[in-house]
Write a protein that binds this ligand. Structure first.
Ligand code: TYD
Length: 213
């Protein structure tokens, strides 16, 4: 596989999706083959699973059911999108991946990181991103951004308490500290231009490393 698999992670309203789109355009302007995709979803079957998970009416959803559904959606998306594009030499920018499950299901829903990691390794057969950009922001600021954005849908997880989102942030920071080679923490409270620049610089460094290989 000669493509490059990069994931974007962060709490609600961190701006990762906006940055991802801008970075995608910048890389395309340089003549690279780039695809932007997202989890949960990114394929017909995975999008259907997403609808079940994120439906605000599904308040009775059990935490382990949710974790399994995310892993199932991840598997399908991986097989249909990630693997073929990697083989085709694309830079893949993926909005959320395995770290979201470790953080949201493993820590915030308290299933445990190792247990969630195990079902996910079954789903991914061990395929990990070469680089993960983690957009770090205080939950209050992130949620305030979402509420000022009228066009964006409010999903089941946006309705969680601030302490849930604090837990999510702590878990991401812990993962980033555990895997500093792969996970890069970006200060997402900075103005958009600055965050885009930081993200672009990180991606540039991994592209250069790849060219040298
Ligand atoms: P989405 O509407 O895509 O929001 P965002 O713009 O924040 O990515 O909703 C995705 C939600 O799903 C988000 O709150 C995090 C959650 N999620 C998990 O809990 N586990 C996972 O494995 C993934 C991929 C997402």
């Amino acid at each position: 596989m000669n493509g490059l698999f990069i994931t974007f992670e962060g709490g609600e309203g961190a701006g990762k999706t906006t940055v991802l789109q801008i970075v995608k355009e910048q890389l395309e302007e340089r003549g690279l083959k780039v695809i932007a995709t997202r989890e949960p979803g990114g394929s017909v079957i995975a999008e259907k699973i997403r609808e079940i998970i994120l439906n605000p009416e599904h308040t009775e959803m059990d935490a382990r059911t949710e974790a399994l559904l995310y892993a199932a959606a991840r598997r399908q998306h991986l097989i249909e999108k990630i693997v073929p594009y990697l083989e085709d030499g694309y830079v893949i920018l993926c909005d959320r991946f395995i770290d979201s499950s470790l953080v949201y299901q493993g820590e915030a829903r308290e299933i445990g990181i190792e247990e969630v990691l195990n079902i996910n390794l079954f789903a991914t057969e061990g395929l990990m991103p070469e680089m993960t950009l983690y957009f770090d922001i205080e939950p209050e600021s992130g949620l305030a951004r979402i509420h000022s954005h009228q066009g964006r849908e409010v999903n089941r997880l946006d309705q969680e308490t601030i302490s849930f989102h604090e837990m999510v942030r702590e878990a991401y920071r812990k993962l980033a500290a555990r895997e500093p080679e792969r996970i890069h923490l970006l200060d997402a409270s900075l103005p958009l231009d600055a965050v885009v620049k930081e993200a672009g610089d990180k991606i540039e460094s991994i592209l250069q490393k790849q060219e040298k290989r």
